[in-house]
Design a protein around this ligand. Structure first.
Ligand code: SAH
Ligand code: AVI
Length: 335
């Protein structure tokens, strides 16, 4: 991953990012660790996965044989971006949790093919991934005005920079599945409240399917998902002055059928004490005790329709592959 110094040297994208001012306060890592680790059941919010290394590991997960969501969604975008751009003709594309923006290129390719120029605002919590995306996209699409936005989308969308004309909000990768169901709905409502009449939302959502396929996607043979999961302990060691022994934990990812979600845990391999420096406290973890690190909800078409309807959206198109592994929904605000 290129460093910020390197970006300054390339001078490719001018000033690098615009910070998104929170509209509400969200807990910081110390508070999240206090809330999530000092009491049982133990848990951590998934945003802490995404330091530089975590973002790189996520990119590697996307290329594993088992992790079908990325290539399935990418194939849908490759096939339908022409249609999506023709319908929406966006003046700006605003992407939430944009990561490397790799799949979003399909939309830019379609813009190019249609001779349509637009602006792009990728919004992410990880500075390194945002920076690299801005550099790469700036090189590939010289016509594209890129405004990288750095911030936590849980802190509110009310301070996103103002926009002119038609906006296409993009939320890909089934990141919506990482939210608790109530939060998924309130977040979607927040997106809708940013949308003016005539604006669009493109949402990617992973579908319920054969449980073995789902389990394999979060238990790849190379162990990259395990590394991604364990990486959050490195984040805690660095940012919180904790002393987690990475080798004392196992990656666990199980499908909870009742809740239709993958649950990802770090499981303690032994009885152990871990010191959380910034909290001035130790916690005792018993053998096989788990820390919940991520929920990844899987959706039925009916659930997606209900979610979008309840949030004031009207579905314009529902794109899905022949195996129905993934949904790409193009929606607009219901008037
Ligand atoms: N949209 C991309 C990346 C998905 S990974 C894709 O489909 O491949 C999830 C992305 O959301 C990561 O880049 C991560 O840094 C970002 N993210 C996670 N929590 C976030 C938060 N609270 N605010 C903003 N971005 C967040
Ligand atoms: C970003 N998010 C939608 C991914 C998912 O599938 O829930 C993160 C991930 N976790 C493990 N593998 C991928």
């Amino acid at each position: 991953m290129m460093t910020r110094t390197a970006l300054t040297r390339t001078q490719d994208v001018g000033s690098f990012y615009t910070p998104v001012t929170p509209t509400r306060r969200v807990p910081d890592l110390i508070e999240d660790a206090r809330d999530g680790l000092l009491t049982r059941p133990r848990s951590l919010p998934p945003k802490y996965f995404y330091d530089d290394r975590g973002s790189e590991l996520f990119e590697r997960i996307c290329t594993t044989d088992e992790y079908y969501p990325t290539r399935t969604e990418d194939a849908l975008l490759a096939r339908h971006s022409g249609n999506i751009i023709a319908r929406t003709m966006p003046d700006q594309i605003i992407e939430l949790g944009s990561g490397s923006s790799r799949k979003t290129r399909r939309l830019f390719d379609a813009c190019e093919a249609a001779g349509h120029v637009c602006n792009y605002s990728p919004f992410d919590v990880c500075e390194a991934v945002l920076e690299q995306a801005a550099i790469d996209l700036g090189r590939q699409y010289r016509w594209l005005t890129i405004t990288p936005l750095l911030g936590d989308y849980h802190a509110g969308l009310g301070n996103l920079p103002g926009s002119k004309g038609t906006s296409l909000y993009v939320f890909l990768g089934s990141t919506i599945g990482n939210f608790e169901p109530d939060r998924a709905e309130s977040f979607m409502r927040e997106i809708v409240s940013c949308m003016a009449s005539g604006d669009w939302l493109l949402l990617g959502a992973d579908r319920i399917k054969d449980h073995a396929v789902l389990r394999a996607a979060y238990n790849d043979a190379e162990g990259i998902t395990a590394e991604f999961n364990l990486n959050v302990l490195r984040v805690l060691n660095r940012e919180l002055g904790a002393n987690f022994e990475i080798g004392n934990f196992d990656h666990e990812a199980v499908f909870n059928e009742e809740q239709a979600r993958i649950e990802m845990y770090l499981e303690s391999r032994c009885d152990q004490d871990v010191y959380l420096g910034a909290l001035g406290r130790s916690i005792r973890l018993q053998r096989e005790e788990r820390i919940l690190t991520e929920l990844s909800h899987k959706f039925s078409p009916a659930r997606l329709q209900q979610l979008l309807h309840d949030c004031g959206l009207e579905i314009e198109r529902h794109y899905e592959p022949a195996n129905r592994y993934f949904s790409l929904l193009l929606a607009r605000r219901r008037e």
